[in-house]
Design a protein around this ligand. Structure first.
Ligand code: GDP
Length: 365
């Protein structure tokens, strides 16, 4: 008997195939509830906490970004993805200068000035040397004491492991979460001694270089390239006995700036002075940054630069993933070892060796 016929004959016993009902409890909510009970937050829990401005949850999410565990990484990516629509609404400022120039003192004064003016500031750092030296910038708890306890400020030390590329990526992702948490000024600090400036420059809207008077460019270890990246150069420690030197250094600096190529934004870099100690020049520093933002938004450069940065990040991310995959391929590892020996014995050129490996990787003949 066909089921249809049976339905017609066994009329008292048949079951109607009605519309499928949703389960009486919301499984997704139940799952989240269980995870919360076990103290395991879901991506949604994290995002909800971040949007609420919960600093503990924000810190935990950043720890996930910094973690090397694949499970943490995938959770972090989910959180970042969901936070992205709520990000972007900030001014991102890079600050550099050699150790001792007064970066953390400046950020402390500048940050306090901003929070007192109603802003919310997040301070991040890029210090690729910190994993080696353990002398990480912002790692020292005594730095920025006042700002550290300010409810409208959030300070996060540099991620302490990995290559500069890895550290930069983590900082970029952290910026997204901080913005989603409502911080409208993001400061990324770095030491003025090398490649890390380029990484910071590639993720900020405005780049500020701090110098001190009368030390000479060579002494300050500032490369011309770094000066050329700056949207403003401020001579810090403009107080007390330093004051007489300031004007001379400022005049020299302004003179030097004349010889630089005009920047792509059309903005003429500002040279000025300030004192993190007396707070002279700190409101003016913010004024300069605000003027820049107005200028760059007015001529379209602000958005253009952010878009370029996003594209660059995408490219870098692809390059990194491909390169990681390449070097982790078992056959490549094996052949690389052999080719290294051949290179040592000068049996093969470096280009030929590279090509051989690529051919293996792409399974070319
Ligand atoms: P960083 O290494 O660049 O972060 O520099 P710090 O902020 O740690 O400052 C280095 C030293 O310079 C500290 O002893 C500060 O007290 C001092 N310093 C920083 N800013 C000023 C300033 O505006 N005036 C004076 N006189 N000293 C300052």
């Amino acid at each position: 008997m066909k089921p249809k016929d049976r339905q017609q004959t066994d009329s008292a016993l048949h079951v109607m195939g009605g519309v499928e009902q949703p389960p009486s409890i919301n499984l997704k909510a139940a799952h989240q509830f269980m995870n919360t009970r076990r103290n395991v937050l879901t991506a949604e829990n994290y995002v909800e906490g971040i949007l609420r401005g919960d600093r503990t949850i924000l810190s935990k999410a950043i720890t996930l970004i910094e973690s090397a565990l694949p499970a943490h990484q995938s959770l972090a990516q989910e959180i970042i993805g969901q936070s992205l629509p709520f990000s972007g609404n900030s001014i991102r400022i890079g600050i550099t200068g050699v150790p001792g120039v007064g970066k953390s003192s400046f950020i402390e004064s500048f940050g306090r000035f901003l929070t007192q003016s109603g802003h919310r500031i997040a301070v991040l750092a890029i210090d690729p040397s910190s994993s080696r030296s353990k002398g990480s910038i912002l790692g020292d708890k005594t730095r920025m004491e006042e700002l550290a306890t300010d409810p409208n400020a959030f300070i996060r030390p540099s991620p302490s492991s990995g290559s500069l590329g890895g550290v930069a990526r983590k900082t970029r992702e952290t910026i997204i979460l901080c913005e989603a948490a409502g911080f409208n000024v993001i400061v990324v600090e770095t030491v003025g001694v090398g490649q890390s400036e380029i990484a910071v420059h590639s993720m900020v809207d405005f780049f500020l270089l701090l110098m001190i008077a009368g030390a000479g460019d060579e002494l300050q270890g500032i490369k011309r390239g770094i000066m050329e990246m700056a949207d403003a150069i401020l001579i810090n420690k403009a107080d007390g006995d330093n004051l007489p030197k300031i004007n001379i250094t400022l005049a020299e600096l302004r003179n030097a700036l004349h010889f630089f190529h005009p920047s792509e934004s059309g903005w003429i870099p500002v040279a000025g002075s300030c004192s993190a100690r007396t707070r002279n020049g700190i409101p003016e520093a913010w004024q300069t940054i605000s003027e820049y933002v107005e200028f760059a938004k007015g001529n379209g450069y602000f958005n253009k630069r952010r878009l370029e940065q996003a594209r660059n990040t995408m490219h870098i991310s692809i390059e990194e993933s491909l390169s990681n995959h390449f070097f982790q391929t078992a056959e490549i590892k094996k052949q690389l070892k052999k080719l290294n020996e051949s290179l040592t014995k000068m049996e093969i050129s470096e280009y030929a060796a590279a090509q051989m490996l690529l051919n293996i990787y792409f399974k070319r003949k």
